[in-house]
Unconditional design. Structure first.
Length: 189
């Protein structure tokens, strides 16, 4: 029994680490895509233009970023973070569902996989409810990340949050995600 649980745990950890590696590879690749704009390929050598990179650097150097661009970047952060979080949850559920559907897995392991699916679904539901309740308190946007023993909350706000606002957010998170207040980290973006 313990060997099977260890095997299941190691399999899950391996799949999780592969997912993190893939995500890091994709992020690193995407961060360099701007250098490949207007590129030409010659044999085994690829010529790239540095104009796009220089233009971006000039924008940063000259502080020409407008308020609209800042708001769009902020909105993109919250949307992209929610999409990535939901994608990660979907991948975990799919992995556990494949275990449940497999004929090579014992009934005890299937039971553990079903419990994990239920746990993930409860977390997703709690996060969804908490985000909506926080938005109903007057905040423009929020994204919540749940770890095993802590929760990170990012609030869309240009000003420092008041103690009362922090207390409201902590109360909602604690109640909906069943986590101690000292394990809740709140930041604004």
């Amino acid at each position: 029994m313990k060997g099977k649980i260890k095997s299941l745990a190691l399999t899950f950890i391996a799949i999780f680490l592969i997912g993190i590696g893939f995500f890091n590879f994709k992020v690193e690749k995407d961060s360099f895509d701007i250098a490949y704009d207007n590129s030409e390929k010659t044999g085994d050598v690829e010529l790239v233009s540095s104009e796009a990179v220089e233009e971006e650097q000039n924008k940063i150097d000259n502080n020409t970023v407008t308020e609209e661009e800042t708001v769009a970047d902020s909105d993109d952060y919250f949307s992209a973070s929610r999409i990535e979080r939901d994608k990660r949850y979907s991948q975990m559920i799919e992995t556990y569902q494949n275990m449940v559907d497999s004929n090579q897995i014992s009934s005890e392991q299937k039971s553990i996989a079903i419990q994990e699916i239920t746990k993930i679904e409860n977390q997703k539901n709690g996060i969804f409810v908490a985000e909506n309740l926080i938005k109903n308190k007057g905040f423009n946007d929020v994204v919540i990340f749940f770890n095993d023993d802590s929760v990170s909350v990012v609030i869309k706000s240009n000003v420092t949050l008041l103690k009362e606002q922090v207390a409201q957010i902590q109360n909602i998170i604690s109640r909906e995600l069943n986590i101690e207040i000292e394990n809740i980290n709140i930041s604004n973006r």
